[in-house]
Write a protein that binds this ligand. Structure first.
Ligand code: NAD
Length: 286
């Protein structure tokens, strides 16, 4: 059954879910945003309002457009409200068990032909899809943070994802003003993180070996490769524990010690020096 997308369901109203909901509403879609507690939804709406306040201040949006955008977002703590969605994008915590539970329920709730997409950064799409009766309509739709601004979406094919699902998600990404790339195989880290994580590992090794300081490695990468941010600024910003867990996951999935987190990173994580979130990270290292 052909489904025209007018209403987008977003499950999980944290950093990514609220950004995706905001993006969808700004592009004229009706949004049903779901989380487990009203207070999380209230915070999400506040974050969305704050984001748009900046756009209003910069003259990129009028106060009226901001109010209209907010008016297109309905909030709920009941997953069953996803019955009215024409596509659902899941952005709950990065936990396989939780995602499988959510997908198994969504599969029962949504109408025939409604695509179920996950914004997971690392979990296997195939494994999430296997929790449903219709794995052909499940795919990855990986947005980047902040979803309102970052141009890329990785559309990821699970083992059983249909061509139709992939094409529809690519078209939807464009309607959301994004540039989609198709990830043809369900592989850890998809494209961007698969490239970024080995770069983090090499940067940490250079620091450990005393080849250069964190500041100079960042400077070399920003000026020499024209990246907007160096690997240490980026890791400290995101929280160094995130990279650590992704490296462990890659090592396990690829069965390759090449991806093992370097000792220095392990020690930062053990010491609770998690970068911006909890205090200094790599920039502390002498
Ligand atoms: P977050 O912790 O900010 O938000 C997750 C939200 O999910 C929370 O509000 C939580 O209450 C809610 N939630 C938990 N269980 C739920 C349930 N059963 N039903 C509905 N809501 C539920 O997390 P985030 O950073 O927004 O990440 C969400 C997903 O996006 C993860 O899979 C993550 O890997 C992925 N992702 C994150 C980033 C990033 O930079 N933060 C970038 C790309 C992808």
């Amino acid at each position: 059954m052909e489904v025209q997308i007018q209403t987008i369901g977003v499950v999980g109203a944290g950093s990514m879910g609220s950004g995706i909901a905001n993006l969808a509403a700004m592009n004229g879609f009706t949004v049903i945003l779901c989380d487990i507690e009203d207070s999380y939804l209230e915070n999400a709406i506040k974050r969305i309002g704050n984001f748009m306040d900046k756009s209003v201040a910069r003259g990129k949006m009028t106060e009226n457009q901001k109010q209209e955008t907010l008016g297109r977002i309905q909030t709920t703590t009941g997953l069953e409200d996803m019955k009215d969605a024409d596509v659902v994008i899941e952005a709950v915590l990065e936990d396989l068990h939780l995602k499988k539970q959510v997908f198994s329920k969504l599969d029962q709730i949504v109408n025939e032909g409604v695509i179920l997409a996950t914004n997971t950064s690392s979990i296997s799409i195939t494994e999430i899809a296997a929790a449903t009766q219709h794995p052909e309509r499940v795919a990855g739709m990986h947005f980047f943070n902040p979803a309102q601004l970052m141009k890329l979406v990785e559309v990821v094919r699970g083992y059983q994802t249909s061509d139709e699902t992939v094409e529809k998600l690519k078209a939807l990404s464009k309607q959301l003003t994004k540039e989609p790339v198709e990830v043809k195989k369900d592989t850890p880290g998809f494209i961007v993180n698969r490239i970024m994580i080995p770069q983090f590992i090499e940067a940490i090794k250079l620091l450990e070996e005393g080849v250069a300081s964190a500041e100079d490695i960042d400077k070399a990468v920003t000026l020499g490769l024209n990246y907007p941010m160096g690997p240490f600024t980026l890791q400290d910003f995101a929280g160094v524990d995130i990279g650590y867990h992704v490296m462990e996951y890659f090592k396990e999935e690829f069965n390759d010690d090449h991806f093992a987190p370097p000792l220095l990173l392990k020690q930062l994580v053990r010491a609770g020096r998690h970068g911006k979130k909890t205090g200094a990270g790599f920039y502390d290292y002498k």
